[in-house]
Design a protein. Structure first.
Length: 260
């Protein structure tokens, strides 16, 4: 017999998938807190399930963005050079320390809250941050951009492996700073494409540690796949700034609740 919760999972997936396709933000930032706060899922299970859910969802988004020529694979490769080894090392550390202990669960919840607050700030003040840093330091050289992109990948790999948050808004903000002449929709598409190997590797690691609820993952994907396809199709035609304040407000509220 199906419960009301079984119907809420696909609806949540649809909403989050749509936001990810449209802005590149919202996979871990929205889904993991929803699973923890609304559905009462254990933090480690929420992170592991969300990572594999995100890998499948963003694969669909990548296909749509790539068909529209809104993915820069050079940027994707640079991010992966840093994020893939960083993810593997972080997963090894989680395995050695015991991901199911109360201390690790508290750490994940706290890290998730901090990541959400940072993501909200990056989302809301992205334009100001970009203008300020660009005015102060100028545009990075090609070599500098490559090195800093790899470094950004390392940071994202660690953060996403622990909390499943950061690949969206933090990744997009970093790419805007490093590639200011690249169209925003292409930045979003590249960030979504990079999230596929990152979340797949991290999710597989959490699966090996027993942190994935496959029934939950399948229910979420029922809504998220059509959601991200729709959002990815609309993204090139819709200005993003109108969505930023709403998304940032949600992230601040949820992140503040997790930290406090």
């Amino acid at each position: 017999m199906l419960s009301s919760t079984d119907f809420l999972y696909p609806i949540s997936g649809l909403f989050v998938g749509f936001m990810v396709g449209l802005t590149g933000v919202g996979g871990g930032s929205l889904m993991t807190p929803l699973l923890v706060l609304m559905f009462g899922i254990h933090p480690t299970t929420a992170v592991g399930t969300d990572l594999l859910y995100a890998a499948a969802t963003k694969t669909a988004g990548t296909l749509v963005h790539n068909a529209g020529n809104t993915v820069d694979w050079r940027i994707v490769r640079r991010l992966a050079y840093g994020s893939v080894p960083a993810t593997a090392l972080t997963l090894l550390l989680l395995h050695e320390t015991g991901a199911h202990t109360a201390g690790i669960a508290h750490l994940i919840t706290f890290a998730l809250g901090i990541a959400l607050v940072l993501t909200a700030i990056a989302t809301l003040f992205r334009g100001w941050v970009v203008r300020t840093i660009t005015a102060r330091f100028g545009e990075p050289t090609e070599t500098g951009a490559e090195r800093l992109t790899i470094l950004s990948g390392i940071v994202l790999g660690v953060l996403v492996s622990i909390s499943s948050v950061g690949a969206g808004a933090l990744g997009v903000t970093a790419l805007i700073l490093l590639y200011p002449r690249t169209p925003l929709v292409r930045i979003i598409g590249s960030d979504i494409a990079h999230a596929v190997p990152l979340t797949l590797l991290a999710g597989t690691g959490h699966w090996a540690m027993g942190d994935v609820d496959w029934h939950l993952c399948a229910s979420l994907l029922t809504g998220s796949i059509p959601g991200i396809i729709l959002g990815s199709l609309i993204a090139p035609r819709l200005p993003e700034p109108g969505l930023r304040p709403l998304l940032a407000s949600i992230l601040l509220i949820v992140g503040g609740r997790l930290v406090l």
